[in-house]
Design a protein. Structure first.
Length: 137
C-alpha cells in the first residue's frame, strides 16, 4: 500500500489529526516499507490451522432455555445463543432497564431477577455469565 493510500485510510479513522498530514506524506513510504519488512504476508493456507489440519466450519449450536428465561423469550424451544441475546436486549430496551447514570448496568425487573441470580442490577459483562447459566445444550 502506498503512503497516499495510507493517508486516505488514516483520514477516515476517528483518530485522524489534520496536523499529522505533512508527516504522513513525508515519512509514509518509509513507514509502510518498515511495516512490510516486519510483517511479511502469511504464506499459510486459510483452510488449514497451524498444525496443518483442516478447519471445521463454525456451526452455531442451539440451546434449551431455562424456565425463567423462557418466560422472557415466550418460548421454551431450542434457540441460538445470539438470538437469545438479541431478544433480551430488545426486552431491556423496551422496558428501559438500562441504568440512566451508568449505561453499563442493567436494572432487573421481576422477570430478569431470576436470570440475574436475584440481583437488582448486573453489569453488561456479567450479563453473559448469568445468561450462560440458563442455557443448556
Amino acid at each position: 500500500m502506498k503512503a497516499s493510500e495510507w493517508l486516505n485510510v488514516i483520514k477516515q479513522s476517528a483518530d485522524y489529526n489534520p496536523a499529522m498530514t505533512p508527516l504522513i506524506e513525508k515519512y509514509g513510504e518509509m513507514l509502510v516499507d518498515e511495516y512490510k519488512a516486519e510483517n511479511p504476508p502469511c504464506e499459510c493456507d486459510d483452510d488449514e490451522d497451524e498444525e496443518g489440519q483442516e478447519r471445521k466450519p463454525y456451526v452455531e449450536e442451539f440451546y434449551t432455555p431455562s424456565e425463567a428465561l423462557s418466560v422472557i423469550l415466550e418460548s421454551s424451544e431450542k434457540i441460538k445463543r445470539t438470538d437469545v441475546v438479541k431478544i433480551l436486549w430488545n426486552y431491556i430496551k423496551e422496558h428501559k432497564l438500562q441504568d440512566t447514570k451508568n449505561r453499563r448496568m442493567i436494572n432487573a425487573d421481576e422477570k430478569l431477577k431470576p436470570i440475574f441470580s436475584g440481583k437488582n442490577q448486573v453489569s453488561m459483562f456479567d450479563f453473559a455469565k448469568h445468561l450462560g447459566n440458563h442455557l443448556t445444550k
